[in-house]
Design a protein around this ligand. Structure first.
Ligand code: C2E
Ligand code: MG
Ligand code: MG
Length: 725
């Protein structure tokens, strides 16, 4: 029998000492009856075992739930009857350990099995019972079936887990704030979303506000105040520091939950991590005003600030200067060394410009290789000129990029305010025109705007627009100038020279439009057309029985840098059936010198396919003989400037003679250009010149005239050429 004393159960009722009821009120039998009523009618399972945990008694509720009758269980251990495959053995060991030490088991949960093998969750309370001497005599276990509560609890936990996971995925945390202490209850994902340790989550509202970036704190405090006052929601954005001290942008949206039953009204807030959205917004705002590559101001910022600075200058009666800088031959670097090298060059140039001026001067990159500097408060043009010269010097210092040393220079045009324009666009246009003038004057120079330039740049612009239409309008043609062998005056071939005829301007000289085509990026298409047309004409000569003639084509520096040049040339030769050695490509020596390594590479590729190379305008550049030796060339064309004056100038005579000897010493042929009279021809022939070309021998002529000359020169009887298919 079971009694209770001082919170500890003891074995056997001790008559008068029974606390539950006194003998005066109840007889022992009445008391026993009441105990039985309790034990037999409770919905909890009651098990009484001896000290060795052998069952002495189970109540009807036990039999009802487990299916085991009293008779079947007496003398057996509960574990033999109730435990099954999923029972947590570690939990069982723990319970046994406590019981062995005489410690009560409170609210332990175990998965038990009924007699028919049905699992159920049991919540256990087991009390050891001692006799008057303190010896353990029994255990009284009260079990209840908590399967349903447990399922409900697990469902709740799973739903909380899902909510936490959803919040974590949405980069969202939330808290509830209640009570006068304004304690905060955070959702599980909060620490992760805010990037802090669990322990660092603020415990109350004051700590939360204290953790917000000082600049944003007032906004949040204000939102809380307004919400308490007006009782409607709020939304604020602020920065919090994460565990590494980095700022994390958070958007907090909160509202008041009204009091409900025992729950007082409380603040509920959702926090979103919006750092990436903010970063994207910042980047967009940055890109709207800055050039991403160099970090300098972009065109939009330049235009806005130039306007402001012009206004200020007008009010102060001060001068302002716009320096327009364009890098020289930047396109060549980009085309030949790749865009990544080009980008590095632009970055270095941007830095050099930035360090070359005062911190409040504006430096911007307009596009490509164009930069603009705005200098304010300048005393006079002299100051601008000396600063501009320093800037050009800084730009042209050698730079090392990807292990190579590169040399870049710039052309600089200056427009002054107010003299050269009183609107942003006019001042910029005029500085731009001055820059073009600087380019025309040989690059790496500085030029101030003058009104005549306006007309010049307008004409240039007009010409460029027309040049774009020249190919589709079929305004180009090739003229052919004959070349003769000096020893016997036999025709060896022709140089193809490009001609452009427009309805309005008439003939435009190649010296004018070729540089324009190069800068406008049209030279590749035009050069391709020239190659195709030259090969087509050679084909006509061959079809008239003269396949031994050579056709020479001038190449621009830009074409030489084109990695596809070799395949283009090969395609033209193939289309018109030209053996590659019938084609000669002319390069001016300065072109071949500009980037010798790349030049040699491209020239060698074509040479290996049989194409011949000639160095044009020899003597006007800086070719060293040692360098000439490294080029895969067959011919040198001596510039006509040396031939012009042979009769009168002994120096020129000496130069011509030396050039011929040098060519021969290097195993090359020498072609003399610009032979205009018989005396020049005689002198050159006497010195051993190999080939001659000039007005005296034949002017550049249209294709049909060249064909007629071919037939006549080789067949003096002058039989008319057969009709072409
Ligand atoms: P270049 O390659 O040195 O061509 C020779 C130039 O000298 C031609 O001028 C020719 O008409 C001129 N010339 C020939 N014999 C005499 C003479 O006895 N006396 C004088 N005073 N001049 C003579 P043009 O046709 O005006 O060409 C000028 C330059 O334009 C060429 O110089 C060449 O560098 C360039 N060019 C011409 N056609 C093309 C082309 O298809 N592509 C490229 N990239 N450049 C070309
Ligand atoms: Mg030439
Ligand atoms: Mg020439």
């Amino acid at each position: 029998m079971v009694g209770q004393t001082d919170g500890r159960f003891t074995d056997g009722a001790r008559g008068d000492d029974c606390l539950a009821c006194g003998p005066a009120a109840h007889s022992l039998e009445t008391l026993l009856h009441k105990y039985r009523l309790v034990v037999e009618h409770t919905s909890n399972m009651v098990v009484i075992t001896d000290a060795q945990r052998r069952i002495e008694y189970v109540n009807p509720a036990y039999s009802r739930v487990t299916g085991w009758g009293l008779d079947e269980v007496i003398g057996r251990r509960p574990s033999q009857l109730l435990h099954g495959p999923q029972t947590d053995t570690e939990a069982v060991q723990r319970v046994r350990g406590w019981l062995d030490q005489g410690v009560p088991v409170v609210l332990a949960e175990l998965l038990n099995y009924t007699k028919s093998g049905q699992p159920y969750w049991a919540q256990l309370n087991i009390q050891p019972v001692h006799d008057a001497q303190g010896v353990l005599t029994h255990f009284v276990a009260i079990q209840s079936d908590v399967t349903q509560q447990r399922a409900a609890r697990e469902a709740l936990q799973a739903s909380e887990r899902r909510l936490a996971e959803a919040q974590r995925l949405a980069r969202m945390a939330s808290f509830e704030c209640e009570g006068p202490e304004q304690r905060l209850w955070w959702t599980p994902a909060a620490a992760d979303v805010l990037g802090v340790d669990e322990a660092a989550l603020p415990v109350d509202l004051a700590a939360h506000v204290g953790g917000v970036h000082p600049d944003d704190r007032a906004t949040l405090e204000d939102a809380y105040r307004r919400m308490a006052w007006r009782e409607d929601g709020y939304e604020v954005e602020y920065r919090l520091a994460d565990a590494q001290g980095r700022a994390r942008w958070v958007r907090e949206r909160g509202y008041l939950l009204p009091a409900e039953g025992a729950m007082p009204s409380r603040l509920c807030a959702l926090l979103y991590d919006i750092s990436s959205t903010k970063a994207a917004q910042d980047r967009m705002a940055y890109l709207a005003w800055y050039d991403a590559l160099t970090g300098l101001a972009n065109r939009e910022q330049l235009q806005a600030l130039l306007q402001v600075r012009m206004d200020t200058s007008r009010q102060n009666g001060r001068q302002l200067a716009v320096l327009f800088i364009d890098l020289d031959r930047f396109k060549t670097i980009n085309d030949s060394l790749g865009h990544h090298v080009g980008d590095e060059v632009l970055k270095v140039c941007g830095q050099r410009l930035r360090t070359g001026v005062r911190s409040n001067d504006l430096v911007a990159r307009l596009s490509g290789d164009e930069f603009v500097i705005v200098l304010t408060d300048i005393a006079d043009a002299g100051v601008v000129a000396s600063l501009g010269t320093k800037i050009l010097a800084a730009l042209s210092a050698p730079m090392r990029i990807e292990g190579r040393e590169l040399h870049v220079s710039g052309s600089l045009g200056v427009g002054l305010y107010p003299q050269h324009g009183d609107t942003v666009s006019e001042l910029m246009r005029h500085a731009d025109a001055a820059m073009y003038q600087a380019k025309a004057q040989g690059r790496n120079t500085l030029v101030f705007y003058t009104p005549e330039m306006h007309a010049h740049s307008a004409r240039r612009f007009e010409l460029e627009s027309k040049l774009r239409l020249a190919l589709p309008r079929r305004e180009f043609s090739l003229h052919f100038q004959p070349q003769y062998r000096a020893c016997d005056r036999s025709l060896v071939g022709f140089e193809a020279l490009l001609r452009w005829h427009t309805e309005v301007d008439g003939w435009v000289p190649p010296d004018q439009f070729i540089p324009l085509a190069e800068e406008a990026g049209l030279i590749h298409q035009i050069g391709d057309w020239v190659l195709d047309e030259a090969c087509r004409q050679w084909r006509r000569w061959a079809e008239h029985g003269h396949p031994g003639l050579r056709v020479a084509v001038n190449l621009s520096a830009y074409q030489l840098r084109d990695p596809a040049l070799a395949s283009r040339v090969a395609a033209h030769c193939e289309r018109h059936g030209l053996p590659p050695d019938a084609l000669e490509l002319e390069l001016t020596e300065s072109v071949a010198m500009h980037d010798p390594r790349t030049s040699i590479q491209h020239m060698t590729t074509l040479r290996e396919r049989g194409v011949c190379w000639a160095v044009d305008d020899f003597g006007t550049g800086y070719s060293s003989l040692a360098y000439l030796k490294t080029l895969p060339i067959e011919r040198i064309k001596l510039d006509r400037a040396f031939v012009n004056d042979i009769e009168h100038n002994p120096d020129d005579r000496a130069i011509c003679a030396a050039a011929i000897q040098i060519a021969h010493a290097l195993g090359l042929e020498l072609v003399a250009e610009g032979v205009e009279n018989e005396q020049q021809l005689h002198y050159l022939a006497a010195q051993g010149c190999d080939v001659m070309q000039g007005y005296h021998l034949g002017r550049p002529m249209p294709a049909d005239a060249a064909l007629a000359l071919v037939c006549q020169a080789i067949d003096p009887a002058g039989a008319p050429p057969p009709a072409l298919p």
